[in-house]
Design a protein around this ligand. Structure first.
Ligand SMILES: *Cc1c(COP(=O)(O)O)cnc(C)c1O
Length: 378
């Protein structure tokens, strides 16, 4: 039986139960389940937290990405560059909209999209770059934005795993929040994300007034004036109960991210300088909010390690076991095994350990000892 799971949503809920229950009750009493006041309040609160002009709440993180791409009025066959090492949602929305996903490899240290590889992948059909701030730290946005500017491309950030992470701007030294660096930022409030609600939820943000207006109507059936539909949109809403939960949890987000960083530091110390374990590398331009704590294993039987941990009641996971270009649904004659060597090597050698806001040093000691018992002290 797994005693130490990847997340501990119950432990976290218990600490904020009175606040959350009251907020949910208020929505129940109001019966304003859709577009209630909690949604507007959350929109304002998140705009303030992120330091961004517009937040558009929506149904989930996948919708957020789809809405962003729909607002850019692309043509079928237009190319969207993204990373080969991410959750499927990033590529899925590109394919759904009959756009062409163009994949590039990642940096072996940060696991984020490799800007040098982006330059090589640009063609006259390229319209958008989607960097994913994987596992909780920002991609190299300075270089990515330079490339985008040079080639007149949009940058849509997938910040589902990095809400609250801060990026240090290259020239000014100013800190900006992940998701507010490109043209549009897309995030998810899936329960296990760093800011998770108690169901599905997502949001899109932008500093661009025109894009914001467009995305507000995309999520609302392509409607600006009620029952007048100017283009084909979708229905994607954050419901009031989820917004009420998020209003409470947003107040705790910085504290939650600090707890994750502290847990990561504790793991880092236990595995420091181990010849067979590479601990996470944080880039100089971003801080890391550790949505995942991911090790790269060298010459270690990964399956065996996972079984060993499971035997001791400790969960572990592989994010992600199959690179996008090798997923059955996304097989494409343009790509073959060997094309993205860094991603392919990572998919065979990474392992993620439990990381969440409720870890104690004692639990972590048990986890690190169990890992070291299997791999040896080095
Ligand atoms: C979770 C996630 C999404 C999708 O979010 P949902 O709310 O589950 O739709 C998209 N991209 C990345 C990188 C994610 O981790």
């Amino acid at each position: 039986m797994i005693k130490y799971s990847m997340v501990d949503l119950r432990g976290q809920y218990k600490k904020i139960k009175p606040e959350v229950d009251a907020a949910i009750s208020e929505v129940l009493d109001s019966t304003a389940f859709i577009n209630g006041p909690a949604v507007k309040t959350f929109q304002k609160n998140l705009e303030e937290y992120l330091g961004v002009k517009h937040v558009i709440p929506c149904g989930n993180g996948t919708d957020a990405l789809q809405v962003a791409l729909m607002a850019l009025e692309l043509q079928p066959g237009d190319e969207v560059i993204t990373t080969s090492f991410t959750f499927i949602a990033t590529a899925e929305v590109i394919a759904l909209l009959k756009l062409t996903p163009v994949l590039v490899d990642v940096d072996p240290d940060t696991f984020n999209i490799d800007p040098k590889a982006i330059e090589h992948a640009i063609t006259p059909k390229t319209k958008v770059i989607i960097p994913v701030h994987l596992f909780g730290q920002c991609a190299d946005m300075h270089t990515i934005k330079d490339i985008a500017k040079k080639h007149n491309l949009y940058v849509v950030e997938d910040t589902a795993q990095a809400i609250g992470a801060e990026y240090t701007c290259y020239n000014s030294g100013n800190m900006k929040k992940a998701g507010t660096l490109g043209d549009i930022g897309c995030t998810s409030f899936f329960p296990s994300k760093n800011l998770g609600c108690y169901g599905d939820g997502g949001a899109i943000c932008t500093n661009n007034d025109d894009l914001a207006a467009q995305m507000r109507s995309v999520v609302n059936h392509g409607m600006k004036v009620r029952y007048y539909h100017d283009f084909v949109g979708i229905n994607s809403r954050l419901d009031s109960i989820q917004a009420a939960v998020l209003n409470i949890k947003l107040n705790h987000l910085d504290e939650y991210n600090r707890a994750r960083k502290k847990a990561a530091a504790c793991y880092n110390e236990a595995f420091a300088n181990h010849p067979k374990i590479k601990t996470p590398v944080t880039a100089s331009f971003s801080n890391h909010v550790f949505h995942q704590y991911t090790l790269v294993l060298k010459d270690i039987d990964r399956e065996g390690l996972m079984k060993h941990l499971a035997g001791k009641g400790i969960a572990s996971a592989i994010y992600y076991p199959v690179p996008l270009h090798l997923q059955k649904a996304y097989l494409d004659p343009r790509y073959k095994e060997g094309d993205f060597p860094v991603t392919e090597a990572l998919s065979k050698s990474v392992i993620s350990l439990p990381i969440h806001t409720e870890l104690t040093e004692e639990i972590q000691k048990g986890i690190t000892e169990a890992v070291l018992e299997f791999v040896g002290k080095g």
